[in-house]
Ligand binder design. Structure first.
Ligand SMILES: *[C@@H]1O[C@H](CO)[C@@H](O)[C@H](O)[C@H]1NC(C)=O
Ligand SMILES: *[C@@H]1O[C@H](CO)[C@@H](O)[C@H](O)[C@H]1NC(C)=O
Ligand SMILES: *[C@@H]1O[C@H](CO)[C@@H](O)[C@H](O)[C@H]1NC(C)=O
Length: 341
């Protein structure tokens, strides 16, 4: 009975979107979703089998009441209070990071996975606060980047609610790429309303730690980059969107990223607190693995990562390495404030 209750908690992960004000989604024919407006995807055939860990795993590890009929997918309907937001490189000024990332040493990664703790944050104006995974390759001017995690992002959503958020660019944030489904790119295969949706809850400081399990990996046959949430395929970034990433990722990064408001104040990151060891009191990533060049899941090696935090008074990161309870893990976050640009 107790076990059953615990399972139910997980099952309602993306249950009711009552907290936000733009939780509406529409069900769109799977072949009429935004991705198919991409010139290179006109004749794209949706990938239906995924070539790692056995065959397709549409096995209802969790379910949501919000889902679309067969052969349709859920697209977030954004109200007019939200804007189309292009994450451009000019915005680099004003961003802050507290992350761990792999060394640039020619190693190639075919995927990354982690459980990321979920937190509510109240933000203002143009601020955003993200906790996410990046997979990247290519020089800055042509950077190929896939990003996925949670974000509180006022300009994007028009609210200060924690939402599952994805992003991609194929040219260093110049002409290609966007959040979620704002431009043709990501192909949704799940009937469930996941991308842009709110979570079923968030961690409670000192009491409960809630996490979301995210994996991105390159399919060895198709070359597409697959997104899995709780081991269920949600969709993928077709290889046509990328150049350098088609050879695998040269860098994997995990952690927090913020952007300041016009008055120069940076928002909180993680759960607002500096990192500590107690996972009920700290924002953290745990069970971190990467896929090596043979597409196998392996632990990050301590000697192959570096910690990066660019404003010690605002945000910090503490890498724990392998722990019995959580495998490879780190804590991060902080209150923000006047952190410079
Ligand atoms: C959305 O736009 C319409 C028409 O421009 C306007 O009347 C309405 O107030 C807007 N709603 C919000 C929430 O801004
Ligand atoms: C990838 O990891 C697997 C499992 O640990 C290992 O057998 C294989 O040799 C690794 N491949 C490379 C290229 O390191
Ligand atoms: C880690 O787990 C192993 C096996 O469960 C156990 O033998 C060992 O004592 C644990 N180590 C620590 C430091 O808890």
């Amino acid at each position: 009975m107790t076990l059953h209750l615990v399972l139910c908690l997980c099952v309602y992960m993306f249950a009711q979107g009552a907290q936000g004000n733009i939780d509406d989604y529409e069900c769109v024919d799977i072949y009429k979703q935004p991705a198919f407006q991409h010139p290179l995807l006109k004749n794209h055939k949706i990938q239906e089998t995924f070539n790692l860990d056995g065959n397709i795993e549409r096995n209802n590890k969790y379910s949501t009441q919000e889902h679309c009929p067969k052969r349709t997918v859920a697209i977030l309907r954004q109200g007019n209070e939200s804007q189309s937001v292009h994450l451009n490189s000019a915005e680099y000024l004003g961003q802050h990071f507290a992350t761990i990332e792999t060394m640039q040493d020619e190693t190639i990664y075919r995927g990354a996975k982690a459980e990321i703790s979920l937190h509510d944050l109240k933000l203002e104006n143009n601020q955003y606060s993200k906790s996410q995974i990046w997979l990247e390759n290519g020089p800055a001017s042509q950077l190929n980047s896939i990003q996925v995690g949670w974000a509180v992002h006022l300009r994007l959503y028009g609210d200060s609610v924690t939402r599952l958020t994805i992003y991609w660019t194929g040219d260093g944030y110049q002409k290609t790429g966007c959040y979620n489904m704002q431009c043709p790119g990501f192909v949704i295969t799940s009937q469930k309303f996941i991308i842009g949706n709110v979570f079923w809850g968030s961690s409670i400081y000192g009491q409960i730690s809630l996490t979301i399990d995210i994996e991105v990996y390159q399919d060895p046959i198709s070359g597409n980059w697959i997104l899995k949430i709780f081991d269920e395929v949600i969709g993928y970034w077709p290889k046509e969107l990328f150049t350098y990433l088609n050879e695998g990722a040269s860098l994997v990064r995990y952690g927090g990223n913020t952007y300041l408001s016009p008055d120069g104040i940076s928002p909180p990151m993680g759960n607002r607190h500096f990192p500590v060891a107690d996972f009920k009191k700290t924002a953290h990533f745990k069970n971190i693995v990467v896929r090596n060049s043979s597409y196998e899941r392996v632990y990050l090696e301590d000697g192959k990562i570096r910690c990066y935090a660019d404003s010690y008074s605002c945000y910090r990161v503490t890498y724990w390495g392998y722990l019995n309870s959580s495998e490879v893990a780190f804590s991060f976050g902080g209150p923000g404030g006047n952190c410079g640009v």
